[in-house]
Design a binder for this molecule. Structure first.
Ligand code: SF4
Ligand code: SF4
Length: 486
């Protein structure tokens, strides 16, 4: 999506050496010079109502993000993706590899939800909720402003020689960045292995946890590299969501957009010029102050139209609103709007495309809820022991031996009892009189089933085994019983 504006000014925000041709802005990156070298972005500190709102939202989300591994629901973490043990906790519900179908449907709900959200609201996720943007703009960037000053001071400091004061500032900043990266890295680790295990690693003899410690260091260095050096490049080059959004957005999507109809032809404001004279001269509301470019953390000019690099952070809305207030023009020259809203004045509406996605989403959510609520607390696998056929007992009965696996998906121990539900016979769980499946664990045992010959229906007989706890049926499995061919 792009506007068709023909800007009247091509003054370059980055100095005369890097003149920008308005026609070819899609052919080059805002963060690279003509030689392909990185052009460091020094965004001006944003200020305004959208920035304030974003700050409040970020406090809430950052609090949830850092507290997440420590918040427990039914004794389970709010969110834990334990890849090592192949165990996931989402909103306190434990999911096992046996829940593959449920997990797949949950992933589909997530993906379709994102597509609908993006179709309606563009990259709002990126600017307002993505951990990368939240941490970069609301934590690391603010620390940088506090230590090195606003964009002009930062640029001056970067260009200045290495004096004792500069070394002090840079060392202090990077020490804080490294410490924060350590905290973020450990938070990520606790989402993977659980906070209890993380504290165990920290408190125990380091020689026993070499792998855990290596990951602590790796995550710390990774986050330090992202937030101290890589920055907006993560959104521009790495993030797959950013790459696919151009296929999802359409002319009805709400994005941060420049109202080129109102803004063009842009021209600097002359003090003696009245609004009527400006209008008569064919000028629009854009006073070519470039404040929207100065605040952009990805270094783009939103007046060129919607671009892949835009993370919808709204900093340019605030910057332009502040200018509009100063020049006595209405706010909203840059605002949340769709292309259709700007071009034809259309209001945001529920498009057929969004309706179609919504139907799919509702169907997937329904399936997910059905699977979730019909999911048994215990998952059972009962297989005939490999290599074994059958045995005959002294009193003429036939025996088969099975391998039993029980996964307890709950956070409490479950005593279980197995019964033959479709046939009279004897079922014995080897090893203990009472079988208890420990919470969130797998219990294994051997099971012997004994049937009288008159109960057999041929070489194979179907068996249905019920898994009960305190008389309540938890799960049911079907298997076969092998007997003599007679
Ligand atoms: S901040 Fe507003 S007025 Fe200034 S250049 Fe950007 S769009 Fe034009
Ligand atoms: S163009 Fe505006 S909304 Fe987009 S990233 Fe830049 S400042 Fe943020």
């Amino acid at each position: 999506m792009n506007n068709t504006s023909q800007p009247s000014s091509n003054a370059d925000p980055h100095g005369p050496a890097q003149q920008v041709n308005w026609e070819d802005f899609r052919d080059h990156l805002a963060t690279a010079d003509k030689q392909g070298n990185r052009r460091w972005i020094y965004p001006k500190k944003p200020a305004g109502r959208w920035y304030d709102r974003r700050t409040y939202v970020s406090w809430l989300l950052l609090a949830i993000m850092f507290a997440g591994p420590f918040i427990r629901i039914n004794g389970n973490p709010l969110l834990m993706i334990d890849i090592v043990s192949r165990r996931f906790s989402i909103l306190g519900q434990i999911f096992w590899p046996q829940d593959t179908l449920l997990f797949t449907v949950a992933m589909l709900v997530f993906v379709v939800g994102i597509i609908i959200f993006t179709t309606a609201f563009g990259r709002l996720w990126c600017g307002w909720t993505c951990p990368q943007t939240l941490l970069m703009e609301m934590v690391f960037r603010k620390i940088e402003y506090a230590i090195e000053g606003d964009h002009a001071e930062q640029k001056a400091l970067a260009a200045s020689p290495w004096t004792a004061a500069k070394i002090r500032k840079k060392t202090f900043k990077h020490a804080i960045f490294l410490t924060l990266s350590f905290v973020i890295g450990n938070t990520l680790l606790s989402y993977i292995i659980g906070s209890d295990q993380l504290f165990h690693i920290i408190g125990d003899d380091p020689r026993k946890h070499t792998v855990g410690l290596i990951f602590m260091i790796l995550f710390t260095l990774l986050f330090y590299a992202i937030f101290a050096r890589f920055r907006e490049q993560a959104c521009t080059f790495i993030c797959p969501y950013g790459r696919v959004q151009s296929a999802i957005l359409d002319e009805n999507t709400l994005v941060v957009a420049y109202d080129y109809k109102r803004g063009e032809k842009r021209a600097p404001l002359h003090r003696e010029q009245t609004a009527a004279q400006r209008q008569a001269a064919g000028f629009g509301d854009c006073v070519a102050c470039r404040q929207c470019v100065a605040v952009c953390p990805t270094g783009i000019d939103i007046r060129d139209g919607t671009q892949m690099e835009c993370v919808n952070c709204t900093a340019c809305i605030d910057a332009c609103d502040n200018i509009m207030d100063k020049v006595g023009r209405p706010r909203g020259l840059i605002r949340f709007a769709s292309l259709n809203n700007i071009e034809r004045g259309e209001k945001q509406h529920f498009t057929p495309r969004m309706k179609g996605y919504s139907v799919v989403l509702v169907a997937l959510i329904s399936l997910f809820l059905f699977l979730l609520f019909t999911r048994s607390d215990v998952q059972t696998t009962l297989l005939r022991a490999p290599g074994a056929l059958f045995q005959k007992t002294a009193d003429g009965k036939v025996q088969n031996i099975y391998t039993l696996k029980l996964v307890n998906k709950t956070s409490h121990d479950i005593p279980v009892e197995l019964k033959l539900d479709n046939i009279a016979g004897k079922l014995t769980v080897m090893g203990s009189a009472e079988l208890t499946v420990p919470k969130e664990k797998l219990a294994q045992s051997s099971v012997i089933v004994e049937l009288a010959p008159d109960k057999l229906t041929g070489a194979t007989t179907k068996l249905k085994v019920g898994i009960y706890s305190k008389g309540k049926l938890l799960d049911s499995v079907n298997t076969v019983f092998v007997g003599p061919r007679e």
